[in-house]
Ligand binder design. Structure first.
Ligand code: ACO
Length: 431
């Protein structure tokens, strides 16, 4: 009788049988390499575009059960963290693996608060962008540029050094994001105010004009903090995979996080909230929804903010965001696009096309409406996401560099091109 913790495989090409060990619900792709017809040919490999069923690492950071709509950071349910924690406490939890004591938390907040400033040359670097530069492009470039300001960051084997770069990154992302926003507005860049909380300081750098001291409505500050918590990590998503993949070359964390910002920029990932707002504006009024839905069902376009690779029931973050919407609109007044979004959601949740494909609103369906209530232009939405996701990227990067099983990321391919052609020089080809 076979060991129950194995997979029995028969290769019908050769009639040979193999026993592959199963650990944690996975087989090792490398174990397939022994399955081959001839000794001199490469063994069997997995073909998995988009990694839909391939685990790339072991991770103890974020747990998701997509069928049941469960999301936990280090074992704590997202609902409890969103209700009772703060973004900086969640950042500590993600990176350190456990909740901080009072002293640990105070030190953490102090460190992050006192690293919010950037070198003055970063400012001139950012000022060099075109007036209409997309803030995500500016963020990606300026985060990458930080690696030149901290060359010591390349020493990723040193724990103290890694800690310093992670503090710097969490601290400086809001400064860079806010300056990208001010740049597009043609307004002077505002320096950090270290007397304010992390989130209020970010709002100050975004919106402060001539007043002595910036102050924001508590409810708005809290709503933004909650949004940052909701975005803080999401296991092996596209941008985190980019951070891990680039980080696996042992480059410094600024370069790895810049890759994450680039991945997040895309409309199928963090760029979706921007796309949702543009979609809602284009629909314009409730009467246009049925024809829009028909267009989606005919494959002409996607219902942005719907669907998720992992969640096939509901996205728990979307439920929390809907509540945050109410809190924000209490201060700012209701966004007229909310009515269209709610109607769209109602119709889509009943329509067979969406039900059959298990398409539900994701985190981005409502986040754009909140950001718009803050008067951010759509280009800024993904910047907010990037600031929130930074502790998650860093926790994953830290886990990667400490994991002895990790290797440089280097997938295989199935080669489909030509072979052994004879090269004719251009002088003969063009004669
Ligand atoms: N609108 C209409 N149809 C959709 C949508 C959508 N938003 N999403 C998926 N589908 C359909 C696909 O066309 C496909 O239909 P088919 O089986 O008839 O071919 C089926 O549902 C399965 O979709 P896939 O593309 O195979 O699902 P996948 O897991 O690869 O993609 C993704 C997930 C990229 C999120 C997708 O649902 C999508 O593009 N959504 C819109 C963009 C979006 O909101 N992205 C944000 C994701 S959350 C985040 O990154 C924070």
């Amino acid at each position: 009788m076979s060991d129950p913790a194995t997979l029995s495989v028969r290769d019908n090409r050769t009639g040979r049988d193999y026993e592959l060990p199963i650990t944690d619900g996975t087989i090792r792709a490398a174990d397939l390499g022994q399955i081959r017809v001839d000794e001199d040919e490469p063994g069997l490999a997995l073909y998995d575009p988009g990694f839909v069923n391939t685990a790339s690492c072991r991770s103890a950071i974020t747990f998701i059960d997509g069928e049941k709509g469960i999301l936990e950071y280090r074992g704590y349910p997202i609902e409890q963290l969103a209700e009772k924690s703060t973004f900086l406490e969640v950042a500590y939890l993600l990176i350190h693996g456990s909740l901080p004591s009072k002293t640990e938390f105070d030190n953490w907040v102090h460190e992050i608060t006192y690293h919010t400033f950037v070198h003055e040359n970063v400012k001139s670097f950012m000022q060099g962008f075109r007036y209409d530069a997309h803030p995500m492009g500016m963020l990606m470039a300026s985060v990458g540029a930080l690696s030149t300001f901290y060359p010591d960051a390349r020493n990723i084997a040193d724990a103290e050094n890694r800690h310093m770069q992670m503090v710097r990154l969490i601290a400086k992302m809001p400064t860079l994001g806010a300056w990208a926003f001010r740049h597009a507005q043609g307004k002077p860049y505002i320096y950090p105010d270290n007397e304010l909380s992390y989130t209020e300081n970010f709002l100050s750098m975004l919106f402060k004009m001539s007043e002595q001291k910036f102050g924001a409505d508590e409810r708005l500050v809290r709503a933004l903090d909650v949004l940052f918590i909701l975005h803080a990590d999401h296991e092996q998503n596209c941008s985190t995979n980019a951070v891990r993949s680039v980080g696996s070359s042992q480059v410094d964390p600024y370069s790895a996080v810049a890759a994450g910002v680039g991945a997040l920029f895309g409309p199928l990932h963090g760029g979706a909230n921007e796309a949702v707002l543009r979609m809602l504006r284009r629909i314009g009024k409730k009467e246009n929804i049925p024809s829009f839905i028909e267009g989606v069902k005919n494959g002409n376009e996607k219902l942005m903010g719907f669907g998720h690779r992992v969640y096939k029931n509901y996205d728990p973050r979307a439920t929390i965001i809907k509540k945050a919407c109410d809190d924000v609109f209490e201060v700012t007044g209701v966004n007229p696009l909310l009515e269209i979004a709610q109607e769209l959601e109602k119709i889509a949740l009943e329509d067979e096309y969406f039900v059959k494909r298990k398409l539900y609103p994701n985190v981005d369906f409502y986040s754009g409406l909140i950001y718009e209530a803050f008067q951010f232009p759509p280009e800024m939405f993904t910047v907010m996401f990037a600031i929130g996701r930074t502790p998650g990227w860093l926790a994953q990067w830290l886990e990667l560099v400490q994991d002895p099983e990790q290797k440089i990321a280097r997938p295989k391919q199935i080669y489909t091109g030509e072979r052994r052609l004879d090269f004719t020089p251009s002088s003969e080809r063009w004669a």
